[in-house]
Write a protein that binds this ligand. Structure first.
Ligand SMILES: Cc1cc2nc3c(=O)[nH]c(=O)nc-3n(C[C@H](O)[C@H](O)[C@H](O)COP(=O)(O)OP(=O)(O)OC[C@H]3O[C@@H](n4cnc5c(N)ncnc54)[C@H](O)[C@@H]3O)c2cc1C
Length: 444
């Protein structure tokens, strides 16, 4: 099969007709497709790689990310995977003089529970943490936390970064190495001698032939899987965030990403509670709410914005191309998350009655397996691969996911967890039963 010659041009690479035959086609230019393209071209020297997307790069799920990272996971496999990703991000941060603003303040896990034995046992010795149980010390180290917090576990290996900047850097490097992009919607894939990928482009339908196809289509990996006759075991759940201008300076600018580990009932007045309880659609707001409200300052020490999130939605969605059309988008979310976060960070309480004047309410899909582990590796048909099901951890694990998928494609040495993070793990009934029954799946 003829190959495209690597182009060293810096021009935006809009493929011409000769580019209709490539070695590797990647469907999806979110952070995962971009990272995979980067490792294929920059690390393994694959020059004939085409990155296809109907949208601008990094503009769908990857644009909704909170951009937090951590190696705190209930299972050592996910810790090893995210540790590798953080290592790779750190070396890119050094290479780029930290162009993507990687910080290392860690994660603060706060609880009112008396006994944290289960929590610290789950962390084990594989994760570097400090545990604070003295109220005075907690108050001094983490002054914004509510004074009913009895223990804080500070996970050291965590922080945030700009996913957009990281993606942009990898995309530039990909182009430098000869990689190309094509704008269009993949509507069909035929598996003959090579893959024939049908793409609906602005200037008409194009068929691209590729030896290898990689499915990095984010919330649409199932649809791409179906084109290849594979039923991928994934669901999509819409999760929301708000970002707001913290005019009251309620949140210290150096506060680490802070998470409330406790289930809670939201604070309502008796009258509010009675009204909500009467309404079948709102009754759930008076009941016990899941743990996991989280908060961090956004935009560095001189910024004024704050992000809040709470992944409490459990309803499965059919992914919408326009996220504004998602029916799981809850207009009450800004108030609910503010109430939830104020239980951990009482200085937010004034915003419950007088919401911030400037705020953004947004969200996207957690595309996930029920065990909340990703799918990276062979997809079934020869030379078809997947890098997806990245749930709420795709930004932090993009480097390891891209590196791993590229190693599968190029037949290079794989890390110990490679098979566990591939579709193959689903054949291991004992492992699957263990993962499915775990109460903590690391979902945030
Ligand atoms: C609210 C929210 C907060 C999050 N916070 C964090 C966080 O703090 N830390 C973290 O690590 N992760 C976080 N995540 C998760 C992270 O954002 C995702 O896991 C990651 O962005 C997934 O990247 P992706 O490349 O797989 O998908 P996407 O970014 O969705 O990219 C997939 C691309 O495929 C393209 N595509 C799909 N189908 C086709 C087709 N048929 N033809 C052509 N193109 C196609 C789409 O246009 C899209 O651009 C968060 C997610 C959400 C929703």
């Amino acid at each position: 099969m003829p190959r495209i010659r690597a182009s060293r041009s810096r021009r935006i690479s809009k493929p011409d007709k000769a580019d209709n035959v490539v070695e590797i086609a990647i469907v999806g230019a979110g952070i995962i497709g971009i990272a995979t393209a980067y490792y294929l071209s920059v690390k393994h020297g694959r020059a004939s790689v085409l990155l296809i997307d109907s949208r601008a790069p990094m503009s769908y799920t990857s644009a909704q990310s909170g951009d937090n990272f951590r190696n705190w996971w209930p299972h050592p496999t996910m810790t090893a995977f995210t540790n590798d990703s953080i290592d790779l991000m750190q070396s890119l941060a050094v290479e780029t003089r930290n162009r993507f603003n990687m910080t290392d303040r860690g994660y603060v896990l706060a609880t009112r529970r008396a006994d944290i034995g289960e929590l610290t046992a789950a962390v084990g010795s594989r994760i570097d943490v400090d545990v604070f149980s003295d109220p005075g010390l907690i108050g001094r180290k983490f002054p914004a936390l509510s004074d009913d917090i009895r223990h804080v576990v500070h996970v050291k290996r965590g922080g945030d970064f700009s996913g957009q900047q990281l993606g942009q850097y990898m995309l530039e490097q990909f182009r430098e190495a000869g990689g190309k992009r094509l704008s269009g919607d993949v509507t069909d894939i035929r598996n003959d001698k090579a893959y024939a990928i049908k793409i609906d482009c602005e200037d008409g339908i194009r068929i691209v032939e590729a030896d290898v196809v990689i499915n990095a289509a984010g919330p649409f990996i199932k649809r791409i899987g179906e084109m290849l006759g594979v039923d991928l075991p994934v669901i999509n759940i819409y999760q929301q965030k708000i970002a707001f201008d913290d005019k009251l300076a309620a949140i210290p600018r150096d506060m680490p990403f802070s998470i409330d580990l406790d289930e809670k009932e939201l604070a309502w007045t008796d009258e509010e509670r009675a009204l909500l309880a009467e309404d079948p659609e709102c009754r759930w707001l008076t009941q016990m709410m899941p743990a996991g409200t989280h908060c961090r300052p956004e935009g560095g020490e001189r910024g004024t914005w704050v992000k809040l999130g709470w992944a409490y939605n459990q309803r499965h969605s059919e992914p919408q191309h326009d996220l504004e059309n998602e029916t799981a988008r809850d207009p009450q979310f800004p108030e609910i998350v503010m109430r939830g976060a104020a239980a951990l960070l009482p200085s937010l309480t004034p915003y419950i009655q007088t919401p911030p004047a400037r705020f953004a309410h947004y969200g996207g899909y957690y595309t996930m397996t029920t065990e909340n582990w990703p799918l990276i590796g062979p997809m079934g048909p020869t030379n078809a691969y997947i890098a997806g099901a990245m749930s709420g951890f795709g930004s932090m694990s993009a480097c390891a996911a891209g590196n791993l998928c590229a190693a599968w494609v190029c037949g290079r040495e794989l890390p110990d967890y490679a098979t566990l993070l591939s579709l193959k793990r689903r054949d291991d009934a004992t492992l699957m039963a263990e993962l499915e029954k775990a109460t903590n799946k690391g979902l945030l």
